[in-house]
Design a binder for this molecule. Structure first.
Ligand code: COA
Length: 169
């Protein structure tokens, strides 16, 4: 099935919140315990706040036959904030399509590198794409500690250019 990509619309908030919860409860549950999963999914409890976070970033929605199956967001020029794929759409290149597009957009915004705080579930996905671990983080979410790993990938197009130009535009 071919994967469509489009920008986030405010009317997507409810569907993307459901994808966020399903992907954490059914996929990330292999790497985090029940309390951690509940704390993580609680970030979508306030749907308006969840939608506002997506609207404030460059958020792309991946679709199968027009139906949303995943989403990813770029904060600023160089931070990949969210990446979630519906459990029924896993392993079909949805995350690859989303991250390919965000890396191109980061490059277009002048970034020489892109960073992500990768969940333990997503770390192998990012490692396979050339992201390298920088540091381990432990963050408190709703009173529960969740670990992730900051990973960084150099964006070749701008890395070469920046070394000569002296700085980020
Ligand atoms: C990580 C995630 C986004 C990957 O989504 P996906 O659409 O299944 O990924 P793709 O189909 O594009 O996979 C691309 C490659 O990565 C591999 N891959 C994906 N998830 C993987 C995982 N958890 N472990 C190991 N390899 C993985 C795939 O096997 C595939 O390899 P291939 O090209 O050799 O076949 C998905 O597992 C997810 O939603 N996880 C839960 C939420 C989460 O942790 N989000 C990240 C927050 S930072």
């Amino acid at each position: 099935m071919s994967i469509g990509l489009r920008p986030y619309l405010p009317s997507d908030a409810e569907t993307l919140a459901a994808i966020f919860v399903a992907s954490i409860e059914q996929v990330a549950c292999e790497d985090y315990d029940v309390e951690q999963i509940a704390a993580w999914t609680s970030k979508a409890d306030d749907e308006a706040a969840f939608g506002a976070r997506l609207a404030a970033q460059l958020t792309l929605v991946a679709t199968f036959d027009g139906e949303a199956v995943g989403f990813a967001s770029l904060r600023g020029a160089d931070f990949l904030d969210m990446l979630y794929v519906h459990p029924e759409a896993l392993g079909q290149g949805v995350a690859t399509t989303l991250v390919d597009a965000l890396e191109k957009l980061a490059t277009a915004r002048g970034a020489a590198q892109i960073k992500v705080d990768a969940s333990d579930t997503a770390e192998p996905f990012f490692a396979a794409r050339g992201y390298r671990p920088q540091q381990r983080n432990t963050n408190e979410v709703a009173g529960v500690w969740l670990a992730n790993t900051t990973m960084l990938k150099l964006l070749a197009a701008n890395d070469a250019g920046l070394s000569g130009s002296g700085g980020r535009v």
